[in-house]
Write a protein that binds this ligand. Structure first.
Ligand code: HEM
Length: 165
């Protein structure tokens, strides 16, 4: 069933973050945290739109060593009208959901969670806060993610440079 026109025009409200659109991939993300062993991961990311005032995205990662799936998340990007304010609404497979807000330019956005929810039966430690930056440079997109848990202050967890595919 066709739910919307093919290739609808991008909504004006999300034109400021259109530099995110498309499919991105890396085989060489780096994961760290004081409480875990460092790891290398791959990830494929896609930002799409259906003509509504939001972008939607999927982030699917795998462990580089054996290609087994790791973290996965789905969400939406929204922009506050007539402003440089941007928000991510995210649901992750590890039982965490987040709302992050921040600011954007024509090649960068930085966000911090103001709301983090978690399943009552999720594996500890609880996530307290998450910060992300995204920077576009030509056909590269860099994401850096820091997080705070109930045991560890704000520390880098992920750093990855995707290439547009
Ligand atoms: C590409 C994305 C991600 C990958 C590949 C990844 C991978 C990992 C891995 C391999 C571990 C170690 C697990 C273990 O040894 O049990 C871990 C731990 C963890 N991750 Fe991630 N992660 C990602 C994103 C995230 C995000 C977005 C959050 C929070 C919103 C998060 C929260 C955590 C927490 C809380 C831990 C446990 C840390 C601790 O034990 O102190 N991860 N992650």
């Amino acid at each position: 069933m066709l739910l919307f026109a093919d290739s609808p025009p991008l909504h004006d409200m999300v034109k400021g973050v259109s530099w995110l659109l498309g499919k991105w991939r890396s085989e060489e993300g780096k994961g760290y945290y004081p409480t875990i062993q460092s790891f290398t991961y791959g990830e494929e990311v896609e930002f799409t739109h259906v003509g509504q005032p939001n972008l939607q995205f999927s982030f699917y990662s795998w462990r580089a060593a054996d290609k087994n799936p790791l973290h996965r998340e789905l969400g939406f990007v929204r922009v506050k009208p007539n402003s440089n304010q941007v928000a991510l609404i995210i649901a992750a497979n590890i039982g965490v959901c987040e709302v992050e807000e921040g600011t954007y330019t024509d090649n960068h956005m930085q966000l911090e969670s103001h709301t983090v929810g978690g399943l009552t039966f999720r594996k500890p430690p609880a996530v307290k806060k998450v910060r992300r930056t995204f920077t576009r440079n030509g056909d590269k997109l860099v994401q850096v993610l820091d997080m705070e848990t109930e045991n560890t202050p704000m520390t880098e967890h992920l750093r990855i440079t995707y290439t547009k595919i």
